[in-house]
Design a protein around this ligand. Sequence first.
Ligand code: G4P
Length: 286
Amino acid sequence: MEFQWYPGHMTKAKRMMQENLKLIDVIIELVDARIPYSSKNPDIDGLANGKSRILLMNKYDLADPEVVKQWMDYYQEKGFFVSKVNSKKGTGVRDVQELIKKACAKKIERDRKRGILNRPIRAMIVGIPNVGKSTFINSFAKKACTKTGNKPGVTKGKQWIRLNKNTELLDTPGILWPKFDDQNVGLRLAYIGSIKDELFHIYEVCVLLISYLEEKYPGKIAAFYEISQREEASEILTEIAKRRGIVKTGGEFDLDKAARCLVDDFRAGKLGLFSLEVPEDINILK
Ligand code: G4P
């Protein structure tokens, strides 16, 4: 399976980010707490150029709490100001204001010494499509500023959002990298729905997802669908199709549809709280 695409708006977004970096004090980066490495755009490290960095582990409500903790420690050690948020419910969102202050403490102090008081902090928000950026901004701003949608690539164009007299946010379009050097990264993005489903074969992706979940979280799938435990992914999908009555017109089990169903349930967190990578994986992924 190959994931390769290069939409023009992503190149444009990168250029725009570069231009706007001069104007901002801190970069707030949202990652998906289930894949905090694979959902992090590597371009941003190169572009950041010494700016303060905040990393928000969004959708932590869907991830394995133990692994979330490991990742928070990992990024903290790398110099990020880290927090976990559930933008959908608003959990942890209020703490971000405090984190911004902490991340910009040096700049605020520098300003103060120069006699500049109460200059708003300017933050740029970045994140790959579907990571929950619009939901986070809405929640953070506590008013409808951006549209939320269920398909990648909704946030477009440039916009400044004035939160209060202390903080201004610059939203950026969701950008993904032009090419996935590591197919595992592409695969994990497909699992969580950050790559459009039309770009891959749902059955193949689902079989790999099942293998991973069975290895790391054995028995969870069988428990959720109330099916007997099976070894092979194809058998598991057949059992799900049987249980749910997912059949084609001829009466044959529809495994593609069963795969669709499992991926949707996984994305919605119905199967359990799972993380798809741990910090030790990074050496393998690199
Ligand atoms: P984007 O701007 O980064 O592209 O993403 P967006 O905010 O549109 O969010 C993508 C999906 O992720 C939305 O679901 C949104 O509700 C969900 N989401 C965002 N933050 C969180 C979170 O912290 N936890 C959970 N569980 N979900 C989150 P959707 O299915 O498109 O819409 P909806 O059915 O939830 O309204």
